[in-house]
Design a protein around this ligand. Sequence first.
Ligand code: AMP
Length: 379
Amino acid sequence: MNGPILPGASLGVLGSGQLGRMFAIAARRLGYRVHVFSPDDDTPTGQVADVEIRADYADLDRVAEFARSVSVMTFEFENVPAATAETAAKFCPVRPGGHVLYTSQNRLREKTYLSQRGLPVTPFRPVTDDASLQTAIQDLGLPAVLKTADWGYDGKGQSIVRTAAEAAAAFAKLGVPTAILEGFIDFESELSVVGARGLDGTFVSFGPVGNAHSHHILDVSVCPALVSERVAQEAVEITRNVLEALDVVGVLCVEFFLTRSGGLLINETAPRPHNSGHLTLDAHVSCQFEQQVRAICGLPLGGTRQHAPAAMANLLGDVWANGEPDWSAALADPAIKLHLYGKREARAGRKMGHLNALASSVEEAEQLVRTARDRLMRK
Ligand code: AMP
């Protein structure tokens, strides 16, 4: 395929959660049609897509049929099986490519790949049995963080270990053939940069964004992060290098730890728009989802100029604990922008939506979203 994929064409997305939903909204705003493929129906993405296909990712005949019906395919979560991306790639471009999925869906592969290219990752060792666990502990020291190599997100499948016995018990409990032990980073703060890379190699980025987590799930993000110009430039440079090293066409987020001595270490990467980039929906000229559309279609990337300091607060199912949230109370402040994902069932820890606000400082923006979120909760 030579020229760009133009508005009017059909774009495919694997996965049907909120990231696919916001991708679909951006794509439709640009005049594209959107087809979504996932094992569920009436999904956050399906509700706003033109076509919703319900099938298993392992059903390669359905994947092939889906790929034939679109001009390009992307994904909204990285745990799509490699065979699914490979099958799709026979019939349409898959962006970012299957090699990016393959690398980033396993922490060990991801960290090995990046460190071999000179990129700063948290110190890590593979763990496959008791002997390798003991070696890893000797090399990295304790405390350390034991994580599953595959299928990890939002702190699932990971625990801090303080003694060798705790580590052995944690490995046994994970019940997986391969895990990764990481040195525990006593970080100053957590940052992320959302990068976008076009078909021609052009790179743009948002952030660094400052991230606060609660129970391992992102809670509040602010942009720009309150870090020095040197740290900000370095975070963007590392992100550029990650996208180039992986030859990403699309969007990829790099999550960092800022160490107490001012160094940056990559915690993980996500080859798609990221929760910490949701504030770009209101704060930047072209949001992360529009960049994803433009990048995979081979169009020029959009502007990343930020209108004003911004903050985002996640709305988890917990906000529904005492009944339907008090939307009017939160929206009484005209600075607040509400984004909901169309999920019918609010479960504790489930990402249901988020609030964004712009203000004259990030502190003020953060205060606005926190206050509005507090007002949502029925007493
Ligand atoms: P992850 O699922 O790897 O993004 O981890 C979720 C959260 O756990 C991170 O955002 C950190 O707050 C914490 N965490 C993960 N790995 C480490 C580490 N090596 N040292 C310290 N904290 C960590």
